[in-house]
Design a protein around this ligand. Structure first.
Ligand code: 8IG
Length: 275
């Protein structure tokens, strides 16, 4: 069963959600969708004019996020180009235990509403000691260490170049100092032990978090071009002497917010102009 198969259950759920969303917003389709992770919450304001803010509960399959620092709304924004951006503040994490379909529902809904591009943002731990909290890093590739796939059945999706080289190029034109890294998604919700971080460095991870990889796979399977960008909000366990706290994550996000919101808005604006 694939998302592209219009008869599949997950596809029907996404189509129902997309129909409700488009009706609430009073528009025909969306062009690009963006999920906002920890620290990225302010970006929506800079993207353009707010067309509609819809509570997650009003769209089938969405729920208010139970995670402090994550909003519970879906926003539709009209960019200066006239194109429509869906900003998904209500992301479901794998650790919320609602299953992989709930995790993938946001990107599938965006695809069903017409979005050809999805921008995935997150807050994460950094394994490179040179990346201090507050640094945005482009996702070049991922390690899906959740042990699961958002897809079911004989659906063999190519993930070579999953993270669009085209949009990464646009991002580096916006900010030539942007670095790239490999993002490892773990199930969470606990952070890692120093031994696990040491292992993750060995297998090629630069960034570690609890989102994005499963969504990226589902988005590619639904035919979307995927772009991912992380905000390093803390050094991963054992990289510094400090213990990890969600409070620290929120503070690093707040401090970096205006800067990274402007960066994200510029990347999305440039991507819309070139799509
Ligand atoms: I923000 O250090 C954030 N999310 N797994 N490890 C994992 N997830 C995270 C981390 C981290 N920081």
């Amino acid at each position: 069963m694939s998302t592209k198969d219009p008869t599949s259950e997950v596809s029907q759920q996404a189509q129902r959600a997309a129909a409700a969303l488009l009706q609430e917003a009073g528009i025909e389709s969306i062009d690009l969708a963006c999920t906002l992770g920890s620290g990225w919450g302010e970006a929506a304001e800079q993207l353009g004019e707010l067309v509609a803010e819809i509570s997650a509960e009003d769209i089938p399959g969405f729920r208010n996020s139970g995670v402090p620092g994550h909003s519970g709304s879906l926003k539709v924004i009209r960019a200066a180009s006239g194109k429509h951006v869906l900003v998904i503040g209500a992301r479901t994490h794998y650790y919320e235990d609602r299953g992989v379909d709930a995790v993938a529902h946001g990107v599938r809904t965006a695809a069903a509403a017409g979005a050809g591009v999805v921008v995935l943002t997150n807050g994460c731990g950094g394994l490179n000691p040179a990346w201090t909290p507050g640094a945005p890093v482009l996702i070049r590739d991922h390690l899906n260490l959740t042990g699961v796939s958002p897809l079911q059945g004989a659906h063999f999706v190519d993930l070579t170049d999953l993270y669009s080289p085209r949009i990464r190029g646009i991002a580096r034109r916006v900010d030539p100092s942007l670095q790239e890294g490999v993002y490892a998604q773990l199930p969470g919700p606990h952070y890692e032990t120093p031994a696990e971080i040491s292992y993750l460095r060995t297998i090629g991870a630069d960034l570690v978090g609890m989102s994005t990889a499963l969504e990226a796979i589902a988005a590619r399977a639904a035919g979307m071009e995927v772009f991912g960008i992380s905000l390093v909000t803390n050094l991963a366990a054992g990289i510094s002497d400090e213990p990890l706290s969600h409070q620290e994550v929120l503070e690093a996000g707040t401090a970096a917010a205006p800067r990274i919101a402007a960066l994200l808005a510029q990347i999305i604006t440039a991507t819309l102009e070139e799509s």
